[in-house]
Design a protein around this ligand. Structure first.
Ligand code: FRU
Length: 477
């Protein structure tokens, strides 16, 4: 939603209790609240931040402007989880309350160091002429949740970078801390800078160089770069704004992509071997994905279910955005697979054979197989007139299509109303999670993923399953 700058950048302390109550009351009125996905209490949720393991728990923050469905003065909101399924807000926030983050505590990462959580993030600073100074800054989060911001800037804007310089990700590679930061050069091409912590001191960073990873620079900015290691292979996840569609076909306003490599050269910084550019998600919205390697070596990712510069039907209820399920990464035959974490099964309340039915609450999981040489049309969020969210699994031509044109309130239709991906023309498995206004679909054990919002009408609570499709329906709670 478009709101005037003076509202979006009004200081947090200037919002009255009455105004905040009114916003919260409006949020509560929405018919589309998710039940098992993380949503903002109020306002806009965007990127996942500080996804980490610390003090025996997982930590996940989200970017938030709490006063409405717009991109305003951002804070980080803290949540913790023990199973990567249930996330609880702790009440801790990283506020834009310092001279070095005066116009927003923008995205970043976190890593446990000596019993404290190191937060590495972008301080968005603007001067009186609204000229931006992007600062990479840090803070400690202590076990009791108190946050201690560093007084010194960790990385200043380099000479070869415009004002678009943000989203530092810290990672440990062979016992050494590195960080990558998304950047734009003066020719308006996106790139990634690699830094190294001198003597492994996270208060002292030195540049290694511009990371080579096979990009042509057709994107004008790279947001939220993340490097994770999956079965020993470096996997780069990033959001290349403006990427030329001849390089990679995509339909969303901005894509979220990845490349699987063989080697990480930390001297003449480069990711090499393989490195094919791929879409991370084929749905209508998944962006700013953040990943991290947990201490046991597993690689987890989580995405913002939303996109920049898109208005959503929930905007009129003063909130927008949700966090995806957490997915564990693996590699099979050189391909990246994304699977919901194992503990998702703990949400299953009851199970029954898959069949057409009226579903109460639109909160369920489906597991099914479509055999080779079939075209199966499933209708989710369906009404009696046969409208709904259509999922077509075509194992003849090898295609999965998601069509939301006949389901509920339409939005962002300029970017089309269907999404699809290719699959091998053979038996195809589908695992699908529905949650009021969210669907996450995992094709062939996570070889392809569709993450999407959909805003069904009140009477769209049916599930229509074609004959011959066998599987299981689970009520989730
Ligand atoms: C991506 C992004 C980041 C930035 C943050 C600000 O969605 O634009 O690059 O740090 O959002 O909220």
């Amino acid at each position: 939603m478009n709101l005037p700058t003076e509202i979006r950048y009004r200081r947090y302390e200037d919002w009255t209790e009455a105004e905040k109550t009114k916003i919260a009351e409006n949020v509560a009125k929405s018919p589309w609240h998710a039940t098992y996905h993380l949503e903002p209490k109020t306002g806009l949720l965007n990127d996942p931040n500080g996804f980490s393991y610390f003090d025996g728990k997982y930590h996940l923050f989200y970017q938030n402007w709490p006063f409405g469905a717009a991109h305003g003065l951002k804070q980080w909101v803290h949540t913790t989880s023990t199973d990567l399924v249930h996330f609880e807000e702790t009440g801790v926030t990283l506020l834009p309350d310092h001279a070095h983050d005066s116009h927003g505590a923008y995205s970043g990462s976190a890593y446990e160091i000596n019993d404290k959580l190191f937060l590495f993030y972008t301080g968005n600073v603007r001067d009186e002429n609204w000229v931006r100074d992007p600062l990479q800054i840090g803070a400690w989060m202590h076990k009791d949740g108190t946050i201690e911001k560093f007084e010194d800037v960790l990385i200043q804007q380099p000479e070869d970078v415009t004002e678009h310089f943000r989203d530092p990700q810290i990672f440990d590679y062979q016992g050494q801390f590195y960080a990558i930061v998304g950047a734009q050069n003066h020719e308006k091409s996106g790139f990634i800078k690699l830094y190294k912590a001198v003597d492994n001191d996270v208060k002292n960073w030195t540049v290694v160089g511009n990371l080579k990873f096979g990009s042509t620079g057709s994107e004008y900015m790279i947001e939220c770069p993340n490097l994770v290691f999956v079965e020993g292979k470096p996997v780069l996840l990033y959001s290349p704004q403006g990427l030329n569609k001849t390089e990679l076909a995509y339909d969303n306003i901005y894509p979220n992509t990845y490349r699987v490599f063989e080697h990480f050269n930390t001297e003449a910084p480069a990711l090499t071997g393989n490195g094919k550019l791929e879409n991370l998600d084929y749905g209508f919205e998944a962006y700013a994905t953040q990943g991290f390697n947990s201490p046991d070596g597993r690689a987890f990712i989580v995405s913002w279910i939303g996109l920049p510069d898109v208005d959503y039907p929930t905007d009129r209820y003063d909130y927008q955005g949700a966090m995806s399920l957490v997915k564990e990464l693996s590699i099979k035959n050189g391909k990246l697979y994304q699977k919901p974490v194992a503990a998702m099964e703990t949400l299953r309340q009851s199970s029954e054979a898959l069949a057409s039915k009226k579903v109460t609450g639109n909160t369920y999981e489906l597991e099914l197989t479509v055999h080779a040489n079939t075209t199966a049309d499933l209708l989710l969020f369906a009404d009696e007139a046969g409208n709904g969210l259509r999922l077509t699994v075509d194992t003849k031509d090898g295609k999965v299509i998601l069509d939301r044109s006949a389901c509920g309130e339409q939005y962002a239709t300029d970017f089309g109303t269907t999404r699809d991906c290719h699959i091998a023309p053979s038996d195809t498995s589908i695992r699908l999670f529905a949650d009021k206004s969210i669907v996450e679909i995992f094709v062939n054990d996570g070889e392809k993923v569709f993450t999407s919002r959909v805003f069904p009408a009140e009477n769209q609570t049916g599930l229509i399953v074609p004959k011959g499709v066998v599987g299981t329906y689970y009520e989730l709670g």
